[in-house]
Design a protein around this ligand. Sequence first.
Ligand code: AVJ
Length: 356
Amino acid sequence: MKVKVLTQPDSYSEDNYGKKAQLTPASLSIDMTDSSFHLASPSTIDLNQQPNQQIINEILHTLTLPQKELNSKYLYDSSGLDLFYRICQLPEYYLYEQETSLLANAAQLLAGKFYSEIDLVEFGAGSAIKAQYLLDKLPRIKTYHPIDLITAQINARLETFTQRYPQLEIVPLEADITQKLKLPKLSHSIKLGLFTGSIIGNLSNSDALDFLNQVRRILGKGSYLLIGVDNKKPASILHLAYNDPNGLTQAFNLNILTHLNRLTGSDFDITQFEHYAFYNPERSRVEMHLVSRCEQVVNIDGHNIYFAEGESIHTENAYKFTKQTFSHLAAKAGWQINESWHSDNSHYSLYLLVTK
Ligand code: AVJ
């Protein structure tokens, strides 16, 4: 197996900022039906103390908008990823389980559909667990390009990949998928993109369009994109999925402030903020916020950020679709639905898009 790690300057790297992050093995293991799907051993990331001025400037800007906000990518430091993997095991967070079972069906069908060699490009690959569903069933995948903000999780699993797929070439790319991506030339005849987890739902309409256009340009005419999409459903179900009784989503949301403290040296007191997630029916999205429990001032790099009691920071959107709204979005970016899979209760869908 050949491995080449590429990085892009616009991705923030956990290796460069903040303090020491320690992942514990217990919290990292994922309970999957196939026992070989486990994340690698704990990684200790040694980080130097130097704060990043670019990140500070960005955060000072978004925290002084009339509606304060933070880019949701800051939810995903190593603790955030750990919490997110644990959220995926909760029954309330139906998205993960439903998507994996649809992926298993899709992989079966694609094995009978694709007869030539394949380049697989995964956007937001995480720890590459979802890709394994395809890699297991599609030996014609010759090169795998996992792209994520942090590729440490993928790198930690390369050993497993080598053993499992000895013929596969892996070319990880550390980059923010919403920025302009530069991939090496894709040389196999079928180009297949993979975008799971309903990550599309975290993008605004215009960012989603930009993203889908960029994927079409990168993969080219005649290419495919397998994409997971969370559907509109009763608000009570969405509410539970984003307000789990175990408090993992609350911890996940609050962790963004801990991450910022480490990245920028800010002094957020996470006990003074409250997790708040709700479905906004007008905009078809779940919104996650952190609400200030009191009037307070937070210091970031010598600047005072004022919070009124009850004022919120908007930390994430998760848009929900119908087949109609999703196919409309895809069509605007030059894609059409080629195949689709829906969970029994239609809570979640997987689409195979092809360029128009
Ligand atoms: C993986 C980013 C798509 O929006 O549902 C989980 C993240 N947020 N619980 C989502 C998340 C709250 C998740 N994404």
